[in-house]
Design a protein around this ligand. Structure first.
Ligand code: AMP
Ligand code: GLY
Length: 437
């Protein structure tokens, strides 16, 4: 199976920078373009900063003018909006599910329905549409702690783990106000306790290849305190979920859900990401995402030995089994190499009110570190300036998690701007997230 030669990645964050970096490395890949991209990634890819991802016509135009033979869609919103359907209808090969499959992330109710139909364990819970008092009454029957979720896309901010019923009532009444249409349907779920794990798999709907398990650190503060963010750091491998275990977790969650989608006539090609809670009673599905995780991707892709571009192209083409066999991959998984730890550098005020516009200085990085940019733009003097709450992910690599974390922290000091903040405890054993406290 031949590799794609010209790849277009849609998106602009650290995940897309890592994808572009990894794809550009594969044999046969001549050019990677990221649209809109960000000016921190021009070392590995051409960018199109003015592209509006909602404008599918412009994306076709770009794909045609550059003879793109694979589009990889990074974020969820374009998938939920049907970009992959439109590209496929125009015969452009695309890695990413269509609108129907992307509902797994676009509606938490749909995700719960699919998991329940597939027999995948989920937390006790129910959905309420335009019915905050019904949601509050149900929360009282579950008792605190309880989790309140906006059904639709909310940029990673739609979930509140509530320690008391009063907090739950406040979260319910705020949901529609804060999240608009995405919060009109509210999911009320029993809070689960355990360690969380992200299991990301590449699939063509039939064949499933699990990447090594990774762990995101979602809270803003050290010791897993403060509000949830888009992710403040990640690590892989995990001492409690060895790389070989990812395929087993995918057998229990990804495969049954994909089978259920197929039963409903939904052709799913792309990433299926399961956020799982490892409870005393076994793994329980917290959420499905339909794209690579951010910042998990920044630590997973440096670990992968496999020819990623070929695998993504094969998944897009419905021929993943063939490509996996050609790459010598066995047992439904992609093995990982040395450890990687990612530390997200954020701005002052993130996540509620990020301070933007600060000039960034960067020292040369040590060899055991990588830097993936996200919320940056060019300032007037050509230097990078902060333009989003999460500015960059610094990734350290090492034979052990400890040495990878040391490498990440040594490199984090190299990215400097006023108000810079980052967690000091990523991949340090005492900080593994334990839910529902
Ligand atoms: P989600 O977007 O559904 O993954 O939720 C974001 C985060 O909220 C998860 O990564 C968990 O930390 C937390 N969460 C979601 N559902 C639950 C639950 N039922 N029990 C405990 N924590 C949860
Ligand atoms: N790291 C969590 C996510 O990508 O949704």
């Amino acid at each position: 199976m031949t590799a794609p030669t010209r790849i277009l990645v849609i998106g602009s964050g650290g995940r897309e920078h890592a994808l572009a970096w990894r794809l550009a490395m594969d044999a046969g890949v001549e050019r990677v373009t990221v649209a809109p991209g960000n000016p921190g990634m021009t070392d590995v890819a051409a960018i199109h900063p003015d592209l509006d991802v909602r404008d599918h016509g412009t994306i076709f135009g770009l794909a045609a003018s550059q003879a793109i033979d694979l589009v990889v869609v990074g974020p969820e919103a374009p998938l939920v909006a049907g970009l992959a359907d439109d590209l496929r209808a125009a015969d452009v090969p695309v890695f990413g599910p269509g609108r129907a499959g992307a509902r797994l992330e676009g509606s938490k109710t749909f995700c719960r329905d699919m998991a329940a139909a597939a027999g995948v364990p989920i937390a006790d819970g129910r959905s309420f549409s335009d019915d905050p008092s019904g949601a509050a009454a149900f929360a009282r029957t579950l008792g605190a702690p309880v989790v309140i979720k906006a059904d639709g896309l909310a940029g990673g901010k739609g979930v509140t783990v509530c320690g008391t019923l009063a907090e739950a009532e406040a979260a319910i009444s705020e949901c529609a106000v804060r999240f608009g249409a995405a919060g009109r349907t509210i999911v009320v779920e029993r809070a689960l306790a355990g360690r969380e794990v992200s299991v990301i798999a590449i699939t063509d709907g039939t064949t499933v290849l699990a990447l090594p398990a990774a762990r995101d650190h979602k809270r803003i503060g050290d010791g897993d305190t403060g509000p949830n963010t888009g992710g403040m750091g990640a690590c892989s491998p995990l001492d409690d979920v060895p790389d070989v275990a990812a395929a087993d977790l995918a057998d229990r969650s990804h495969r049954p859900i994909l089978a259920e989608l197929a039963r409903r006539g939904i052709d799913y090609r792309g990433v299926l990401y399961a956020g799982l809670m490892l409870t005393d009673d076994g793994p329980v599905l917290l959420e499905c995402n339909v794209r690579f995780g951010d910042p998990e991707t920044q630590v997973l892709l440096p670990r992968l030995g496999a020819p990623l571009a070929r695998l993504l192209a094969a998944a897009a083409d419905g021929r993943l089994a063939e490509a996996a066999a050609a790459a010598g991959l066995v047992a439904g998984r992609i093995p990982g190499g040395d450890a990687a730890v990612g530390v997200v550098i954020a701005t002052a005020g993130y996540p509620d009110a990020p301070r933007l516009g600060d000039a960034i200085a960067v020292d040369p990085l040590p060899d055991d570190a990588l830097l993936f940019w996200s919320g940056v733009r060019h300032g007037a003097d050509g230097r990078l300036v902060t333009s989003g709450g999460r500015v960059a992910t610094v990734v350290g690599r090492g034979v052990t998690t400890e040495s990878a974390a040391d490498a990440a922290y040594a490199a984090a000091a190299s990215v400097r701007f006023d108000g810079r903040r980052y967690r000091r405890d990523i991949a340090r054993p005492a900080t593994v997230a334990v839910g529902a406290r």
